[in-house]
Design a protein. Structure first.
Length: 463
């Protein structure tokens, strides 16, 4: 096969979808017997919504969740006041999605899995990786059930304790964000409305929050515990925790559906690529959950990697194109780790900084800005939405695995599958070649030089 993706979380499923729509022979394998059952990462940021729009799942994702409710503060059983969870982000024609969506992780994974199956992709459950060996032509993976598989490339999307990352000898550099233990659980609770994110803070600086999970009947419990506490993940333990910090009775917690504890830390893999093995998602970076950056950064990893693997595998780009994955995504992940830590410590507000619409790759070797006086949109930037003079919406034009050339006139030597249309006035003057992941790769005053760029990046692969 072409690609073996280890891990059927949001990262692995997203990559599987992107490769499937490119006709790449890929298999997702998962150590568990089923998809992850908990809510854990529940925030879908606006930039990720744009990715899901392109992958054909945004409508299903929206139907699976809903908006974030305001936070309701409680003290001694009394309502103290409410506050919005996020600062308002002003939208415009170029940014149609500005509000995060709340979708329980298990529901996100169900939607992605259904889309993968629709495209002919598959997941092999109960196939944990034992070890692997790679050579000049590919990677041989041995599974815990005694079977093996051979692939041209392997992508580690198997979480923060990644077996694949350890197998290729990549370390993680990081530090604790908070010495306190944390607990997260999915519960059925009575006695609380579902219009607020209920927060109960203790005098010791610890406490619990109970958030109604949109699209479900559950609440997500998030708790910060005193240092030295050993979290009790049983139903009785969760009930004691809830009654300690809130006015609810133990019987008000009617069901425990899933629970996990963790220590908050920020860590970054020393490398994102070792030969034919690439790291993505939590296997490459581990975040505080504050601000909802981890899952979204992981999905962006997959989205960045998918088109590059496709171009290398079909022979339209050299293997060296995959080096730009680490170049672009490791720097981005490092910035997101700093952001998540800042949100956790109360130094950064949720809003403009956390929606991920401003992320880009201007410093990447794939960003060629040839204009002497660039306008608002530059090489390396996210290509905004908008309508051109013909009424064509950019996100409709970008949707799919192709490149898009924004130029007023046809360009010699740049045929399909690069789609051409005029840019909206909001882009400013110039010619823009937009990558399959929605970022401007090349920008110039005229189209001179765009074919050379297209050739080296694989944009003409199917022409």
């Amino acid at each position: 096969m072409d690609v073996l993706i280890v891990g059927a979380g949001p990262t692995g499923l997203t990559l599987g979808i992107d490769l499937a729509r490119r006709g790449v022979e890929a298999l997702v394998v998962e150590a568990g017997e089923k998809l992850f059952p908990g809510s854990r990462g529940k925030g879908i940021q606006p930039r990720t919504q744009e990715v899901f729009d392109d992958l054909g799942v945004r409508d299903a994702i929206r139907a699976a969740g809903g908006p974030y409710p305001p936070r309701l503060l409680w003290k001694n059983g009394e309502r103290v006041g409410t506050e919005p969870m996020f600062d308002e982000v002003t939208g415009d024609e170029g940014t149609p999605y500005t509000d995060p969506l709340m979708v329980a992780q298990w529901r996100t994974q169900e939607v992605l899995y259904a889309r993968l199956r629709e495209l002919g992709g598959r997941v092999g459950f109960g196939r944990g990786v034992k070890d692997l060996e790679q050579d000049a032509d590919g990677v041989t993976v041995r599974f815990t059930d005694g079977t093996t598989a051979r692939a041209r490339y392997v992508v580690a999307a198997d979480g923060g304790r990644s077996t694949v990352r350890r197998a290729v000898g990549v370390g993680m550099t990081g530090e604790p964000v908070d010495p306190s233990p944390f607990l997260v659980a999915d519960l059925r609770v009575r006695g609380l409305d579902r219009e607020h994110w209920h927060t109960f803070a203790g005098a010791d600086g610890n406490g619990v929050a109970l958030c109604p999970l949109a699209g479900t009947e559950d609440f997500q419990l998030a708790a910060k515990l005193p240092q030295g506490t050993v979290p009790d993940l049983s139903l009785d333990g969760i009930r004691r925790l809830v009654t300690t910090y809130s006015h609810l009775d133990a019987a008000d917690v009617t069901e425990l559906r899933w629970a996990s504890d963790f220590r908050t830390r920020a860590a970054l893999a020393d490398r994102f690529r070792v030969g034919r093995v690439l790291l993505a998602g939590d296997a490459a970076h581990v975040h505080s959950p504050a601000g909802g950056q981890g899952l979204n950064t992981s999905i962006q990893d997959a989205y960045n990697l998918g088109w590059k693997l496709g171009a290398v595998l079909d022979g339209s780009a050299p293997d060296g194109l995959l080096d730009t994955y680490e170049e672009e995504r490791r720097a981005n992940a490092a910035a997101m780790l700093d952001l998540s830590t800042g949100v956790h410590r109360g130094e950064v507000r949720r809003g403009e900084a956390t929606v991920q619409l401003g992320l880009g790759y201007r410093d990447s070797s794939l960003a060629e800005e040839t204009r002497a006086d660039p306008g608002r949109v530059r090489a390396g930037d996210r290509a905004p939405d908008g309508r051109n003079a013909d009424g064509v919406r950019m996100f409709d034009a970008f949707r799919g695995p192709h490149w898009t050339l924004l130029a007023p006139d046809p360009v010699d030597g740049v045929p399909d599958p690069v789609r051409r249309l005029p840019a909206p006035e909001s882009y400013g003057p110039g010619v823009f070649l937009v990558r399959p992941d929605g970022y401007v790769g090349w920008a110039g005053e005229t189209a001179e030089g765009v074919r050379r760029y297209a050739e080296r990046t694989g944009a003409l692969g199917g022409a």
